[in-house]
Design a protein around this ligand. Structure first.
Ligand code: AMP
Ligand code: MG
Length: 404
């Protein structure tokens, strides 16, 4: 038997980072979730032109140095400059221009008087406070200079990186390719979604669940298929996928029954390992390489499949995508006691209380309990040498609540 950590290490050794690819900036949506392979350097200054930081009046600050509530300055408004105005304007001495936030400052102006300290006049404006040169002005290049690194290589691109990526004057961005993942459910009992099972049949729920986990993890889906319980059926399903996918996840057919098709297909082939782990759920696991493509063979129980994905597959896929392998964990306090089997790392299904600071077990930790799977909010990780959790104990927890 291997421990969870030993098996994780074994899989991570086989998970090599995928090559880099240049993606057009117009596909910026698909860049989010990918890891930058090279520093992103801006091709342009930001802002690209000196512009107003406020709605107000562009002025020469020297013209309003005496303005006060008691002695306001009145000026002719020579122009109206909205955002998007592309004219090259020059302000004449003694005049001002009404200007909006983000609109280009006319030459000659060096400050913006916020509309709030004026009477808002359209032809003549009355200004009741002085401003200093540079106030409410964003200067060309004050944020970013051409050639500046705006996002370093190795960064996982998130929505907050999009504005600078979009603005940096780039046509392409080099990112680590994200793994394309194929999902194959094995089992003669399985029906596709939407069909009503007859006696002895069930709907394939692992395939759609793993597809959702793949998408949620930030990876690409290559295929979601099913196959029957023979070695030939498994080989026929996996062989073409080994060409089109970077990784394959199978479920079912790896335990100790009489018809375990993953084992029938690959046991003793030299390219596949079937192991038992000191964990609950998720004890039987398989891993192999087919045509250079890693195959993660997970047990068929939906709960076991979910836990196995999070504990073994997600870290490997993250490493392939150039990300840090570990998925997020946090600590919580036990709010109600439960037992854990000796010598096994338990991934206990729990619900949150007190904003996630406290966890309580859901009833029935059997790996087939689907209603409980839907109801649990997190997995509490109970180390192999701990057999009972008491109120007030601390545990590490993997949240199932987030999308990231
Ligand atoms: P196995 O690992 O193939 O022995 O399957 C263990 C249990 O999980 C059995 O009750 C199967 O019917 C069930 N199971 C296997 N694959 C799936 C699947 N794709 N969707 C739902 N249940 C499954
Ligand atoms: Mg099966």
């Amino acid at each position: 038997m291997l421990t969870v950590e030993e098996y994780q290490r074994r899989l991570l050794q086989a998970a090599t980072r995928l090559p880099s690819e240049n993606r057009p900036i117009t596909e910026i949506g698909s860049l989010v979730g990918a890891v930058l392979d090279k520093d992103v350097r801006s091709a342009v200054p930001l802002p690209g032109f000196t512009n107003s930081a406020m709605d107000g009046y562009a002025v020469r600050a020297a013209d309003v140095t005496t303005a006060s509530a008691d002695a306001p300055v009145r000026m002719t408004v020579s122009d109206d400059i909205p955002a998007g105005d592309t004219r090259q304007l020059t302000l004449r001495p003694g005049e001002c221009a009404r200007i909006m936030t983000g609109a280009p400052l006319p030459d000659g102006a060096d400050a913006v008087v916020p509309v709030e300290i004026t009477d808002g006049g359209l032809e003549i404006v009355t200004i009741s406070e002085a401003v200093t040169a540079g106030s409410s002005v964003r200067h060309r290049g004050e944020d970013v200079q051409p050639g500046d690194t705006v996002i370093p290589a190795g960064t996982l691109l998130l929505p907050r990186h999009v504005p600078v990526l979009a603005s940096a004057g780039l046509t392409e961005v080099a990112v680590v390719r994200r793994p394309r993942v194929a999902v194959v459910s094995t089992g003669d009992e399985l029906l596709p979604l939407g069909e009503r099972p007859g006696h002895g049949q069930i709907v394939d729920s692992n395939g759609p669940m793993l597809a959702a986990l793949v998408a949620q993890g930030g990876f690409e889906l290559a295929a979601v298929t099913r196959c029957g319980d023979t070695g030939e059926a498994v080989r026929a399903a996996l062989t073409p996928l080994a060409d089109s996918a970077d990784a394959i996840i199978t479920t079912g057919g790896v335990s100790a029954g009489a018809f375990e098709p993953l084992k029938l297909a690959f046991e003793g082939s030299g390219s596949f390992d079937f192991v038992k782990l000191t964990m609950q759920p998720g004890k039987p696991q398989g891993f192999g390489i087919i045509g250079g493509t890693p195959v993660f063979a997970l047990p068929g129980n939906p709960v076991s499949s979910l836990v196995s994905f999070l504990v073994f597959v997600a870290p490997a896929l993250r490493a392939m995508a150039g990300r840090s392998p570990e998925i997020a964990r946090h600590r919580a306090t036990v709010g109600e006691q439960w037992q854990s089997p000796p010598g096994r790392t338990q991934f206990a299904r729990v619900v949150y209380a007190d904003n996630g600071h406290v966890v309580r077990p859901i009833g029935g930790q059997g790996s087939h309990v689907m209603g409980g799977l839907a109801g649990c909010q997190a997995l509490a990780i109970v180390p192999a040498d701990v057999t009972s959790l008491s109120v007030g104990d601390e545990v590490e927890v993997i949240s199932l609540e987030g999308l990231a």
